[in-house]
Design a protein around this ligand. Structure first.
Ligand code: PLP
Length: 396
C-alpha cells in the first residue's frame, strides 16, 4: 500500500502508541482525583500541555486547551468569541476554509451576522488587499486558515493578524492551523494571532484529539457546560491517553520539521516533476512556491478524478480528489472552484499528500504507473479532439 493521503489523516507513529498504552491499561485514574493513583495521569497531561505549547511556539502552557478534533477547536474559537461579544456582528473569512469553519459561519449568517468571504487567485493565494479593505469597526472576527488542505497553499496569517490589530485592536483573529501543524514552524507568541486550532490525527497522533491555542486576554464562552476541566472552557473528563499521544506526536513532529522542509519536500517535488514530465494532460494547480512541503494538487485534463482514484486504488495507491470531507461526492471542490480552475481540469484534480513516512520507492512507483493510467482514461474520454490538441501543444 502506498499512502499519499496524509492531509486526510496520518498513521499513528509507533512511538506515540507506546507512550499512550500505559494510560489505556493500568493508569486509568481520573486525573482530577485526590489519591496518589491519579498523580501519574495528571502529570502526564501537564507534560503533554508543555509539549503542545512548544509545538505552537506559545509562551505559556495555560494558553493550550485540549479538544476532540480540529472541527471542535474551530467551533470553540468561533462560537466562543462571537458569543462573548454580541455587539460586533461582522466577520471576515475566506472562500477556501474547511467546512468546519464555513458551515459555522453559515450558521451565524442565519443569526443575522454579515460575513465577507475573501477570494483567492488562480494559484490559490489569498487576496490579502481585498481582506484588508473589508475590515470595519464592528468586525468581531477575522478567520483565515494557515494552509489549505487541498492545495497546501500557505496564507500570510501573521501579516494579516498584524494588520488587523493595528487597525482594530478589539477584533479577534482565529487561524485554522490544522494543515500547517507539523509541516511548517509555528511561532504564535511572536504573532498577533489570538486563537489557533490544530488536530492530532494530521500529525501522527490518533483521531479524536485536538487543541486550541488562545492568548491570555481572549474571552470565550465554552461549548460544553460541565466540570472545571480545561480551566472551565472545555468540560468533560480528560482523554488522558489521547492527550498523552498528541503531546508525544507534537514533540516528534517538532523534531521532524527540518526533515519535512527538506526530504518530504524533495519527494513531493520529485513526484510532481515526474508526473508533469510524463503525463501530457497534467497541470499543476498551484504555483511551485508558497506551499506546505508535503502537498501537491495536480489537474488531469478531460478525465474524471474518481476514475483516476479507482485506478490508483487498484494499484494500492491512496490519494484524494478533494478534501477528506467532500471526497465521496461528485461536486467539484469549493477550493478549486474559488481558484477558477478551468472546467477541463476541475473534475480531474488529484491531491497527493506525503508524510515523513513516505518512501522514495513509493514516489517512483506512482511516477511509473501514472502514464499508463492516463493513457487508458484519456482513450475513453469523450474529449478526443481536445486531447489531441493538448498532446500536440505539449510536444511542441
Ligand atoms: N481544518 C482543516 C484545514 C482540515 O483539513 C480539517 C480536516 O481535514 C479540519 C479542519 C477538521 O479537522 P478534524 O478532522 O480533526 O475535525
Amino acid at each position: 500500500m502506498i499512502y499519499l493521503d496524509n492531509n486526510a489523516t496520518t498513521a499513528v507513529d509507533e512511538k506515540v502508541l507506546e507512550e499512550m498504552l500505559p494510560y489505556l491499561k493500568g493508569e486509568y485514574a481520573n486525573p482530577s482525583s485526590m489519591y496518589d493513583f491519579a498523580k501519574k495521569p495528571a502529570a502526564a497531561i501537564r507534560d503533554a500541555r508543555v509539549k503542545v505549547r512548544d509545538f505552537f511556539g506559545a509562551k505559556d502552557e495555560k494558553e493550550i486547551f485540549f479538544t476532540s478534533c480540529g472541527s471542535e477547536s474551530a467551533n470553540m474559537a468561533i462560537r466562543g468569541v462571537l458569543n462573548c461579544n454580541k455587539e460586533k456582528r461582522h466577520i471576515i473569512t475566506t472562500k477556501v476554509e474547511h467546512p468546519c469553519v464555513l458551515n459555522t459561519y453559515k450558521y451565524f449568517e442565519k443569526q443575522g451576522y454579515e460575513v465577507d468571504y475573501i477570494g483567492v487567485n488562480a494559484y490559490g493565494e489569498l487576496e490579502v488587499e481585498e481582506l484588508k479593505s473589508k475590515l470595519r469597526k464592528d468586525t468581531a472576527l477575522v478567520s483565515v486558515m494557515y494552509a489549505n488542505n487541498e492545495t497546501g497553499v500557505i496564507h500570510p496569517v501573521e501579516e494579516i493578524a498584524e494588520y488587523v490589530k493595528s487597525k482594530s485592536p478589539e477584533t479577534r483573529v482565529f487561524v485554522d492551523g490544522v494543515q500547517a501543524a507539523g509541516k511548517i514552524p509555528m511561532d504564535v507568541k511572536n504573532t498577533k494571532i489570538d486563537l489557533m486550532g490544530i488536530s492530532g490525527h494530521k500529525f501522527h497522533a490518533p483521531k479524536g484529539i485536538g487543541a486550541l491555542y488562545m492568548k491570555p486576554d481572549v474571552r470565550i464562552t465554552s461549548l460544553i457546560a460541565g466540570g472545571h476541566q480545561e480551566r472551565g472552557l472545555r468540560a468533560g473528563t480528560e482523554n488522558v491517553p489521547y492527550i498523552v499521544g498528541m503531546g508525544k506526536a507534537a514533540e516528534l513532529s517538532l523534531d521532524a520539521l527540518k526533515y519535512e522542509g527538506t526530504e518530504v519536500k524533495r519527494l513531493r517535488d520529485k513526484l510532481e516533476a515526474g508526473i508533469l514530465k510524463n503525463v501530457f494532460n497534467a497541470r499543476l494547480n498551484t504555483s511551485v512556491s508558497g506551499r506546505v512541503p508535503n502537498t501537491s494538487n495536480i489537474g488531469f485534463e478531460y478525465v474524471e478524478g474518481e476514475l483516476i482514484l479507482l485506478h490508483l486504488s487498484d494499484l494500492g495507491i491512496c490519494a484524494s480528489s478533494g478534501s477528506a470531507c467532500t471526497s465521496g461526492s461528485l461536486e467539484p471542490s469549493h477550493v478549486l472552484r474559488a481558484m477558477g480552475i478551468p472546467f477541463t481540469a476541475l473534475h480531474g484534480s488529484i491531491r497527493f499528500s506525503l508524510s515523513r513516512f513516505t518512501k522514495e520507492s513509493d514516489i517512483d512507483y506512482v511516477i511509473e504507473k501514472m502514464p499508463a493510467i492516463m493513457d487508458k482514461l484519456t482513450s475513453i474520454s469523450p474529449f478526443q479532439e481536445e486531447l489531441q490538441a493538448l498532446r500536440q501543444r505539449k510536444q511542441h
